[in-house]
Design a protein around this ligand. Structure first.
Ligand SMILES: [Zn+2]
Ligand SMILES: [Zn+2]
Length: 89
């Protein structure tokens, strides 16, 4: 079981899509940010914290330029606040 949540920036109002976090039934998900279009998304990772093969592309721009997201706002750089939405499994 994991949780679904969005992240909100108090400073500028930016919000992520709904993200699935933590351990799921078969995969472990981590949040990544695209260095090209600044889209934030979850990706399944392996034990070495690498994105699983075939999932390396950005969901939005399809470039292969993702880094682990540090929970800062892509607009203003402030820390974003987690807001729980629900659960997934
Ligand atoms: Zn912001
Ligand atoms: Zn992108």
């Amino acid at each position: 079981m994991g949780a679904t949540a969005i992240f909100k920036c108090k400073m500028c109002g930016f919000e992520t899509d709904e993200l699935s976090l933590g351990p799921g039934f078969a995969v472990f998900l981590e949040t990544f940010i695209c260095q090209d279009c600044h889209h934030i998304m979850e990706k399944p990772i392996n034990d070495d914290w690498q994105i699983l093969e075939g999932y390396e592309e950005c969901d939005r721009c399809r470039k292969n330029n993702l880094i682990k997201w540090d929970y800062t706002c892509p607009n203003c750089g402030d820390f974003m606040k987690l807001e729980p939405v629900g659960m997934w499994d």
